[in-house]
Design a protein around this ligand. Sequence first.
Ligand SMILES: *Cc1c(COP(=O)(O)O)cnc(C)c1O
Length: 418
Amino acid sequence: MRDFQRRKDNMLIGGVSIAKLVGRFGTPLMVTDENALRENYRAVHNAFNAVFPTRVNYACKANSNLSLLRVLEQEGSCIDAVSIGEVEACLKAGFSAERILYTGVSVSDDEMRQLVERKVPINIDSIGQLRRLAALDNGHPISLRVNPDVGSGHSQKVVTGTKGAKFGIPKDEIVAAFAEAVKLGFSPKGLHAHTGSGGSDPTVFGRVTEVLVGIFERVRGELGIDLEFLDIGGGIGIPYRPEELRADLEAIASEVASKLQGSGVRTLVIEPGRYIVADTTVLLTRVNDVKSTPVKEYVLVDAGFNTLIRPAFYDSYHHVAVANKFGQQAQLKYDVAGPLCETGDYLAKERYLPKVEVGDTICVYDVGAYGFSMSSNYNTRPRCAEVLVNEGKAFLIREREDIKDLFRHQKIPSRLGP
Ligand SMILES: *Cc1c(COP(=O)(O)O)cnc(C)c1O
């Protein structure tokens, strides 16, 4: 959670008044502060590089907006991509192929063929995928993903590293997988694991590093392969609640580095998504209605889980404020809910806010990660617009969809008329 300034009762982001943004661009609207994005990238890059040579692969599934990717490209970031669409977005945003590492699960031959054409290194998820890639190009740059049997996460739905999760090659088969890769003609460059999303306990990052170092040493000792990098994945959490503390990047970095010292590993790779983008962006949504029920008070806004799915899907907490009454005393307890015809459609529950009226703007914090990228057209609603603010100026970086966009790919068979 970032602190926001205000001018009178009006919240500001990146020096721009939220009232002006809403007036100019409408709602629902996602607004990203460019300087916050640069700051987050630098914080994580510098914390790790102070203790070990580290490449930061931004996990762009968190947010793949082209303008945000441009900013991170300028900062010198590299990329973790999980689909050919994300790879194309990053190439379009100016990243060269070798700055991208593709980590997929359930990868088709067709997708691998496109990655081979574009010379994008592939992080292999299974022995089957390794063999299918060998048939396409056994000289392609690869690394292997292990299931480290170390899990973490803010919700059971985002734990990826436990035994039995669908990701990676099981730990007790990984050395054999490296042997097979070499037999097939590959020169594997690295080893990867990702434990899950949303943790900030340094010991979890230390444990996964230890597992990887153990495998790194066996692969060197038993197979004579000297891997260039160990990739410990992403998952650094952020404080979504006011009382939570920011992850201690220095503590995480030094815990990880302590496991690497003396191992012979030359490069560490990390793949933060959430940490880099989450708190750079707010969702602005207009109050359409205020409703009293015998049980609770509802603030009904124009963004639902079509725009921000995290509360409905993960029970996630997002802080909210009334942007045009910022700094006013809280008076009443509200649930903030959206326009979708689903009982589970809510953004925030049991929040104390100043008295809310129709036409107010609710600001939802920390939506930069897994916000727009998980949004949908459910209830046949167009997706929202995105704006980038930088030192007092606002730039539209994604147009609001219109209703016509929703029909663009549909066909009515002629026998159905009209
Ligand atoms: C999702 C993902 C990440 C990023 O996770 P965050 O919690 O956003 O940091 C990194 N690596 C892989 C392989 C992922 O699937």
